[in-house]
Design a protein around this ligand. Structure first.
Ligand SMILES: Cc1cc2nc3c(=O)[nH]c(=O)nc-3n(C[C@H](O)[C@H](O)[C@H](O)COP(=O)(O)OP(=O)(O)OC[C@H]3O[C@@H](n4cnc5c(N)ncnc54)[C@H](O)[C@@H]3O)c2cc1C
Length: 435
C-alpha cells in the first residue's frame, strides 16, 4: 500500500520499528520535566484526542505511541468497501490533512507495555519510556476474541486491522467455494453481506437465536436474519462450533451436534476484548476496559477513550458503558482531551446518546441509545414486514433507544428525544401523530 505521507516527522516502519525525536534510552526519560501529553494507541479515539488538544490551544509536546506501523486509518470500510474490492487502503486514511500539522511525535510500530500512574510514565516495548507530565490518554482499543482452541490454520481469519482485511480480501479474490462466518454480530453480519455481494457462497454460524441479538434484540434480529436468508446466506442460529479442521489449511467446521460444514475460508467474528494487558501492573482499575469516572478520568492526569474505556454515562443514570462504536471513539477522544486540559474539578461529564450504524446489502441499520431485548418495544415508523421501520425501546416510562432500518432521518429525531429524556408515552404519541 501507499502509506499516507506525514512529511518528515514520522519514520514509517515497514516490518520494523521507528521513532522520531528523542525518546529516552532504556530507563529514565530525559525529557520528563517538559509539559507533555502522551497518547497511547492512536487510532480513531487517540487521533481525535490529539486534534482536540491542539484545537484547544495546548502547545506542549504531544507524543503518540501506536502499535500498528500504519498511520491512523478508518476501520468501518474494512468490512464493507475495502473487503468488497470497491475501495483501497489509501481510501481509509483517517485524517486527510497532513499529520505534521498536529506537531506531534509519532512512534509507530511501538507498543506501550506499562504505565506508572504516579509519574504518568509509559514504558515502551524497546525498554524506553516517555512521561506525560501533563497527562496520558489511553486509547488502545480492542482486539478480536478467538474461540478457545482455534488452531493456527491458514484460511481462518479475524477482522480488526487493515492487514487483517487485506489478507481476507486476498483469499476472497481467489473465489473460494464456501466462506463460513462464525458469529453474526456486527462484523460477521457485514462480512456475510459483503461476501454475498461478491457472489460467494456463505454460511453463517451463530450461537444465539438470531443475528446481532445483543445490538438489536431478538425481534429485530429475526428481521435481519430473514434479510440475510433472502440474500442467499445459509444462516444457522443456535449452533455451537466444536472445531476447525483441515490439513495444510482450514477445510471444514465441525459443529457441536456433529454436523460438518465445508469451508475454504473462515471469518471468526465473536466479539472483541479491550486492550488492557499492558496496564495489568498499573494501579488503574480494569474491568472489561479501563474504568473511568464520568469525566473519563481513570486516575489524576490519566484519561481513557474509545473501545477501551468503561465509564458511567449520566444520561442513563450512570449505567457503566463500554462502547465499540465509531461515533463514540470520535466524541470520547475529544471529551478526554478536554478533560485533561480542564484542570481539577472543571471537567465536564461525558454523557452521549450512543450511536452505531451498520451497512448490510443496500440497508443502513442505525441504533441509538442504551437498550436491550428486555425493554418495551414499539414500531413507531414503517413496518417490520417491509423491513423499513423505526423501533423504539422504552424502560421505566422513558424512551431509551431506537433502531432504524433504512430510516436515517427518523432515527436522528429519536436520538434527540433520548438526549432530552423524553418519556415513553411521548415517543408513542409522536408516532401516532405521524401515522
Ligand atoms: C471491520 C470493522 C468495521 C466497523 N464498522 C463500524 C461501523 O460500521 N459503525 C460503527 O459505529 N463502528 C464500526 N466499527 C467500530 C469502530 O471502528 C471502532 O469502535 C473504533 O475503531 C474504535 O476506535 P479506538 O481508537 O477506540 O480503537 P482502535 O481502532 O482499536 O485503535 C486502537 C489502536 O491502539 C493500538 N494499540 C493497542 N495496544 C497498544 C499498546 N499497548 N501500545 C500502543 N498501541 C496500542 C492498536 O494497534 C490500534 O491501532 C468497526 C470496526 C471494525 C474492526
Amino acid at each position: 500500500m501507499t502509506r499516507p505521507s506525514v512529511a518528515g516527522r514520522l519514520i514509517s516502519v515497514a516490518g520494523g520499528r521507528g521513532t522520531v525525536g528523542g525518546v529516552s534510552s532504556p530507563g529514565a526519560d530525559p525529557r520528563a520535566g517538559r509539559d507533555r501529553v502522551v497518547v497511547v494507541g492512536a487510532s480513531l479515539a487517540g487521533l481525535r484526542a490529539v486534534e482536540e488538544l491542539r484545537r484547544l490551544g495546548y502547545d506542549g509536546e504531544v507524543v503518540v505511541v501506536r502499535a500498528e506501523a500504519h498511520a491512523p486509518y478508518d476501520r468501518p470500510p474494512l468490512s464493507k468497501e475495502v473487503l468488497a474490492g470497491e475501495a483501497d487502503a489509501e481510501d481509509t486514511v483517517l485524517r486527510r490533512q497532513p499529520l505534521d500539522e498536529l506537531d506531534a511525535r509519532w512512534l509507530l510500530g511501538r507498543a506501550a507495555v506499562g504505565l506508572d500512574v504516579a509519574t504518568r510514565t509509559v514504558t515502551l516495548d524497546d525498554g524506553t519510556s516517555v512521561t506525560g507530565s501533563r497527562g496520558v490518554v489511553v486509547a488502545t482499543g480492542a482486539s478480536p476474541r478467538l474461540l478457545p482452541g482455534t488452531p493456527a490454520l491458514p484460511g481462518i481469519h479475524v477482522l480488526r486491522t487493515l492487514d487483517d482485511c487485506l489478507a481476507l480480501r486476498a483469499e476472497l479474490d481467489q473465489g473460494p467455494a464456501r466462506v463460513v462466518v462464525v458469529g453474526a454480530g456486527f462484523i460477521g453480519a457485514e462480512v456475510a453481506a459483503t461476501c454475498r455481494g461478491r457472489h460467494l457462497a456463505v454460511t453463517v454460524l451463530e450461537a444465539l437465536p438470531s443475528p446481532m441479538v445483543r445490538g438489536l434484540g431478538e425481534t429485530l434480529g429475526d428481521v435481519l436474519g430473514s434479510m440475510h436468508r433472502d440474500h442467499g446466506v445459509d444462516l444457522r442460529t443456535g449452533v455451537g462450533v466444536a472445531a476447525f479442521e483441515g490439513g495444510a489449511r482450514v477445510e471444514r467446521v465441525r459443529l457441536a451436534d456433529g454436523t460438518i460444514i465445508d469451508a475454504d475460508v473462515v471469518l471468526v467474528g465473536v466479539g472483541v476484548v479491550p486492550n488492557t494487558d499492558w496496564l495489568e501492573s498499573s494501579e488503574l482499575v480494569l474491568d472489561d476496559g479501563v474504568v473511568c469516572d464520568e469525566t473519563l478520568l481513570a486516575a489524576p492526569g490519566v484519561v481513557a477513550a474509545g473501545d477501551v474505556c468503561r465509564w458511567p454515562n449520566r444520561l442513563f443514570d450512570g449505567a457503566p458503558m463500554r462502547l465499540e462504536h465509531w461515533t463514540n471513539a470520535t466524541e470520547q477522544g475529544v471529551a478526554a482531551a478536554a478533560t485533561l486540559l480542564a484542570g481539577e474539578g472543571n471537567a465536564k461529564s461525558y454523557e452521549p446518546v450512543p450511536f452505531v450504524w451498520s451497512d448490510q446489502y443496500d440497508m443502513k441499520i442505525q441504533c441509538v441509545g442504551h437498550f436491550s431485548g428486555d425493554d418495551d418495544l414499539a414500531i413507531v415508523d414503517g413496518s417490520l414486514e417491509d423491513r423499513r421501520f423505526v423501533a423504539a425501546f422504552g424502560r421505566n416510562g422513558r424512551l431509551v433507544g431506537a433502531v432504524g432500518f433504512g430510516r436515517p432521518r427518523v432515527v436522528m429525531q429519536y436520538r434527540r428525544m433520548i438526549a432530552e429524556h423524553s418519556s415513553w408515552d411521548h415517543a408513542l404519541e409522536l408516532a401516532e401523530v405521524a401515522t
